[in-house]
Design a protein around this ligand. Structure first.
Ligand code: GLN
Length: 495
């Protein structure tokens, strides 16, 4: 059967009984069984549970269930707690951890009838930009298996790009949905901070973490998002912002935006490198669709990376203090004392990058350095937020590249953490400002995908998705699949 359909196409097929959810799920599980040994996109495949959930969805559909997600198989980043199913967060620390409860985001999707295919690979505790920091091994980019899929939600991006799942959940703290979406040629949305509950999502940097969606198109993302978003009394930072559009999205197809002012930050458009041709042609497509492009300035974005790595590290160092070998997670053998238990459990359970973040984060919070690092980073964060708010007084959206380049080769940056951190140069500013942002395919360079980033004001997901949908009506970059057309001319290049 053809599993390469849009979510709307799959929902129609299920409703018209062209295929059942059990057939669809079994077809995807067969593809996962075939491809996962090479791609390593899934840490855990929940085949039996998936087929049971699919059978229940088929019964619900026969009874007239109306949810657009009923019977649709999805993949979840292994950062979402799933009751009774191992939740590793890519770490040895949680290798044996069976979550005793469900994350709100995945519980809501299950309530809408979605089927869980399994838990996807990721950088340990979501720290990384290449998925090479996973205790469960690196993930291949389906376009070229010598390259990284991006990170930290590399497994989810890979699964969607390779056709192993029609959509997948990820999380984005500094770019972990947008960057892998760009590297794998799929669409990915990081919603406004607080739009989706963080309850049951393993915490990395709590003032930045946000759950979001990978899919093949903006329309497909709009099908999933409303079923997981919204206020949750179990997460005090989840927003009570009401959005009738989100509710309407569960029953109506996504519209398209055809007008508005789009800002081009001059700090980003100075030196676009290999993304230049694709970005420029994307700008022309947007102009031809009726958007007006204007220059904007984000004067403090140059400070975003150091600012982020201080704040995210500081928050990680406190969040990860709960892994003490006592209550849950890895415990060393034969501890000689409490100190020994802590020391060895943590030394053995955490990988090198996680230790680096805990050390730098603890340093930034320590007496004598707090003002110089943490407090200063918070002030810079505010300036960056204000830059965006000032820009949004003049424009409806901002566009930027998602990444500085195409997916890099596996192994190329593992020994150079600072070069790895630089990968997030375009994604981190929106994270610091809590803004919704997405990446959509906008071209290729040397046959590998590139992403266009759309950043909106707080709670402007509708505008982002409708603009992306308009772009996707005019272009077919999101329709390209790895391996389908390797000789195709690069995009955007028009040369
Ligand atoms: N790559 C960034 C980091 O390593 C962002 C990670 C993320 O968004 N989870 O922190």
């Amino acid at each position: 059967m053809d599993t390469d359909l849009s979510l709307a196409g799959l929902a129609t097929g299920l409703r018209e009984r062209s295929f059942s959810s059990v057939e669809l799920t079994a077809a995807l599980l067969a593809q996962i069984a075939e491809r996962n040994p090479q791609l390593n996109a899934f840490i855990t495949v929940t085949a039996d549970e998936a087929l049971q959930q699919a059978a229940a969805a088929d019964a619900a559909l026969a009874g007239g269930a109306s949810s657009a997600l009923c019977g649709i198989p999805l993949a979840y980043k292994d950062i979402f707690c799933t009751r009774g199913v191992r939740t590793t967060c890519g770490s040895r620390m949680l290798e044996e951890f069976i979550a005793p409860y469900d994350a709100t985001a995945t519980a809501r999707l299950a309530a809408a009838g979605a089927v869980m295919l399994g838990k996807t690979n990721m950088d340990e505790f979501a720290m990384g930009s290449s998925n090479e920091n996973s205790h469960f091994g690196a993930v291949a980019n389906p376009w070229d298996d010598t390259r990284v899929p991006g990170g930290s939600s590399g497994g989810s991006a890979c699964a969607v790009a390779a056709g192993l799942a029609p959509a997948a959940l990820g999380t984005d703290t500094g770019g972990s949905i947008r960057q892998p979406a760009a590297f794998c040629g799929v669409s990915g949305l990081k919603p406004t901070y607080g739009r989706v509950s963080r309850y049951g999502m393993v915490a990395f940097a709590s003032s930045l973490d946000q759950a979001g969606v990978f899919a093949r198109s903006a329309a497909d993302i709009a099908t999933v998002l409303p079923h997981m978003a919204g206020f949750d009394p179990l997460d005090s930072t989840s927003s009570e912002h009401e959005d009738p559009w989100l509710d309407a999205c569960t029953t109506q197809p996504l519209g398209t935006a055809r007008s508005g002012r789009i800002g081009l930050p001059k700090q980003y458009f100075r030196d676009l490198g290999v993304t230049e041709a694709s970005l420029q042609s994307a700008c022309r497509v947007l102009e031809a669709s009726g958007f007006e492009l204007v220059d904007v300035s984000l004067p403090h974005v140059d400070a975003a990376i150091p600012c982020y790595y201080i704040i995210a590290g500081a928050e990680a160092s406190t969040n990860l203090s709960r892994y003490d070998g006592v209550r849950f997670g890895h415990r060393c053998d034969n501890p000689q004392s409490l100190e020994d238990l802590y020391r060895r459990s943590r030394s053995e359970g955490f990988g090198a990058e996680v230790k680096r973040r805990i050390l730098t984060g603890t340093y930034a919070l320590s007496v004598g350095y707090y003002d110089a690092y943490y407090l200063k980073a918070q002030k810079i964060r505010r300036l960056i937020q204000q830059d965006f708010l000032a820009a949004f007084a003049d424009v409806d959206l901002i566009i930027a590249p998602t990444t500085p380049d195409i997916a890099f080769k596996r192994g190329d940056l593992v020994d150079d953490p600072v070069a790895m951190y630089q990968q997030d140069i375009y994604t981190i500013p929106a994270s610091l400002a809590g803004l919704p942002a997405m990446s959509i395919p906008c071209g290729t360079h040397r046959g590998l995908p590139l992403g266009l980033q759309l950043i909106g004001p707080h709670f402007a997901e509708k505008r982002l998705l409708e603009t992306a949908a308009s772009f996707q009506q005019q272009t077919d970059w999101h329709q390209q699949r790895p391996g389908q057309n390797p000789q195709a001319a690069d995009s955007g290049s028009e040369t």
